[in-house]
Design a protein around this ligand. Structure first.
Ligand code: DAH
Length: 339
């Protein structure tokens, strides 16, 4: 009898059920009138008197155990906490579709990474600026056309508060607050009051680079540009510098790269010249250094600035600038496989 009780006890302890029906079947199997526990109670009659006390106690314990076990199985099934529906923490998560990076971000990150390999670190400044950081500190004459309402979005006049028209404003911010050597790259959004078309937008992105130290020369600028062009557009890329004018650099230049579509032979893309324009650059004008509190007799430097949309167009041949800000998923999905 004792043996039988122990057997049933361990069987009941390891019971499990996945549905209400299964719980009910177990109840019938063990606790109904003809169930296995009840059967033992029926056999109790035949137990010798001297064992009745011990066995009676064991039998009652067994019945309680069976009742509790079956009740708890029923509760688990009813609350949905059965083996079948419990959270399986070992399951792999169902594949989640990842978003894609915007092409402008992809190219910006690539440019940043190239310059960071040369020791440039990121600097940022505000998009809402004052006249001094955007124009005056950068040697723009008081009547320079870039200050005009036609180019610049003004938020407030005298004192002027405006949306920066170029990331060169970060140069003046960093130069006024940092002792040279300075080696920064400044990515950011800029604003100009232009009619929106396939080729122009009222906001776009630029990246500015600035290097100020003792004895920085035009040769340093040229080598930096060559390194950048080859990392960005391939090892065969040639560069050429054309003299230009910017208020904040002297001398100033514009850089072209050999057309990477035709390899410089001339095609529709490069208007049969073999060259495409990439960026503006030059040696920082001593007036700018002095305006920002840097001794131009001790320090010199170079600066360069480029439009991220332009570089992105060259890489991905996006024909209409407006695609960049329309957020059409069919366009954005094109860049799924990019990093
Ligand atoms: N800020 C100029 C622009 O918006 C770009 C530029 C040209 C930046 C020459 C420079 C530079 O730092 O040296 O068109």
């Amino acid at each position: 009898m004792l043996e039988k009780i122990n057997e049933l006890k361990s069987a009941i302890e390891s019971l499990s059920a996945k549905s209400k029906d299964e719980v009910e079947a177990l109840r019938i199997k063990y606790l109904s009138k003809k169930g296995e526990v009840s059967a033992l109670f029926n056999d109790f009659r035949n137990v010798p008197n001297e064992q009745k006390r011990e066995i009676g106690q064991k039998l009652n314990e067994l019945k309680n155990l069976a009742t509790e076990k079956i009740n708890s199985l029923r509760e688990a099934v009813e609350s949905g906490d059965s083996d079948e529906t419990a959270i399986d923490l070992s399951r792999t998560a169902s594949p989640i579709e990842l978003g894609t990076r915007h092409p402008i971000s992809l190219i910006r990150n690539e440019i940043i990474s190239i310059f960071s390999r040369l020791g440039f670190s990121i600097a940022e400044g505000p998009e809402i600026e004052d006249d001094w950081h955007v124009f005056s500190a950068l040697n723009f004459a008081a009547d320079h056309p870039a200050r005009d309402m036609q180019d610049t979005f003004f938020i407030q006049r005298s004192p002027d508060v405006l949306l920066r028209t170029h990331t060169s404003s970060v140069q003046s911010r960093v130069m006024t607050t940092t002792e040279p050597p300075i080696r920064i790259i400044c990515p950011g959004r800029v604003y100009r009051n232009e009619a929106i078309s396939a080729r122009a937008h009222c906001f776009f992105h630029q990246i500015e680079a600035l290097y100020i130290d003792k004895n920085v020369s035009f040769a340093d600028l040229k080598q930096t540009l060559l390194y950048f062009a080859r990392e960005m557009f391939g090892a065969d890329t040639q560069i050429r510098l054309r003299p230009s004018y910017f208020p904040f650099t002297e001398p100033s230049a514009e850089m072209d790269i050999s057309c990477h579509l035709c390899g410089g032979k001339g095609c529709g893309f490069c208007k049969h010249t073999g060259w495409v324009e990439i960026l503006g650059c030059g040696m920082v004008d001593p007036n700018v250094l002095e305006a920002c509190g840097i001794d131009s007799k001790v320090y010199s430097g170079f600066a360069l600035g480029m439009g991220v949309e332009r570089i992105t167009n060259l890489k991905y041949r996006v024909k209409d600038l407006r695609m960049f800000s329309e957020n059409d998923v069919r366009f954005l999905d094109e860049f799924t496989s990019a990093h």
